[in-house]
Design a protein around this ligand. Structure first.
Ligand code: COA
Length: 334
């Protein structure tokens, strides 16, 4: 019996209705629409209303993905997030329960902006080892809960949102099958993207927590250069492993961090810039939700069609990175 391969069969997304424009941020921070657009490509992002948490967006996206796949049952739920509802317990069991999925295994994946690719890889492994026949993978973030409203270097970049996919056991020749992964990490660069306080490291100091240390921090310049290097290197390694010539890639769905990062990665790879899917102008960097949100927007815009060869690549805190590849299936994204 051949090893089952994970096949994409459903896609759903959820964005909070509230739009935060660059102009709104420029009203209260020392920044401008021109600076944000020229440095990042972002025009607006979404923000949850008071009272809305990561699991709420995850449930909404998860429901849509299940409906898109026309299924009611899965064997495993994975939620990739940097902003869990609580430090303990994980968010995934609550999401699985609220989706009415029964007593299935459910866990969170913490790889910041690479979280969705890491979660996809774990889910594909569960399918390959026959531990699961169908998996719901969700990337969900409420970055507005960890971004200091006064930090212009992060407040202009990140947004809230969620995206989810359903994977089922199938075979490698089918459209939608995940043909391979390339994952990596470099913990020596952990300080580049970090929430310094609120973990056991802070507690181990024996000092009282500093409230300012609970905000998300990022060293923009080295993150930029490492993101380009690692996304391009990882995507290139994967293309070679699965035997796809670079010019056969129809769509490059990179982590929506910065339009300049996406164009630099495409250029290093040799993928024409117009094959890079871009939706960060409307949603900003939504971390673990960014790749499924970009795929959903591309399907809606007619930029992702059945039969397209799709290359996915992400980079995030840790630092972590990862790539995946599939031939786009015929599905309705909700
Ligand atoms: N508005 C106006 N000025 C800003 C600003 C803002 N929102 N944020 C930073 N600046 C200023 C800086 O203070 C600095 O001023 P100085 O020259 O007087 O010191 C200047 O702009 C340049 O800052 P720098 O950080 O070097 O700019 P940059 O060209 O590297 O762009 C980022 C900053 C954050 C947009 C860019 O580094 C980036 O996109 N990094 C990757 C971020 C990312 O994608 N993270 C997620 C990956 S998982």
């Amino acid at each position: 019996m051949s090893t089952p391969t994970a096949v994409l069969e459903g896609l759903g997304t959820a964005l909070p209705p509230r739009v935060v424009t660059n102009a709104e941020l420029a009203d209260r921070l020392d920044t401008s629409d021109e600076w944000i657009r020229s440095r990042t490509g972002i025009s607006e992002r979404r923000m949850v209303a008071p009272g809305v948490a990561t699991s709420d967006l995850a449930v909404e996206a998860g429901e849509r993905a299940l409906k898109s796949a026309n299924v009611h049952e899965v064997d495993l739920v994975v939620v990739a997030t940097t902003t869990p509802d609580h430090p303990c317990p994980a968010t995934a069991p609550d999401v699985a329960s609220r989706l009415g999925l029964g007593p299935v295994p459910a866990y969170d994946m913490a790889a910041v902006c690479s979280g969705f690719v890491y979660a996809l890889s774990g889910a594909a492994g569960a399918i390959a080892s026959r531990q699961a026949g169908r998996v719901l993978v969700i990337g969900s973030e409420t970055f507005s809960s960890i971004i200091s409203p006064e930090d212009r270097s992060t407040a202009v970049i990140f947004g809230d949102g969620a995206g989810a996919v359903v994977l089922r056991a199938g075979s490698a020749g089918e459209p939608g099958s995940l043909l391979g992964f390339d994952l990596g990490s470099d913990g020596a660069l952990a300080d580049l993207i970090k929430i310094p306080g609120s973990g056991s490291r802070q507690r181990a100091t024996g000092l009282p927590p500093d409230p300012d240390d609970s905000w998300f921090t990022m060293q923009g310049r080295p993150v930029f250069t490492n993101a380009v290097k690692r996304m391009a290197g990882s995507a290139d390694a994967l293309l070679k492993r699965i035997g796809w010539p670079v010019d056969s890639v129809d769509r490059f769905v990179g982590h929506q961090a910065n339009v300049r990062i996406l164009h630099a990665v495409a250029e290093q790879l040799g993928v024409p810039a117009d094959r890079a899917v871009i939706n960060l102008d409307k949603v900003g960097n939504t971390s673990a939700a960014s790749i499924p949100l970009a795929m959903g927007a591309a399907v809606a815009d007619g930029d992702l069609a059945p039969g397209d060869r799709v290359l996915i690549s992400a980079f995030g805190g840790g630092v972590t990175w990862g790539s995946a590849a599939l031939v786009w299936p015929d599905l309705t994204a909700l």
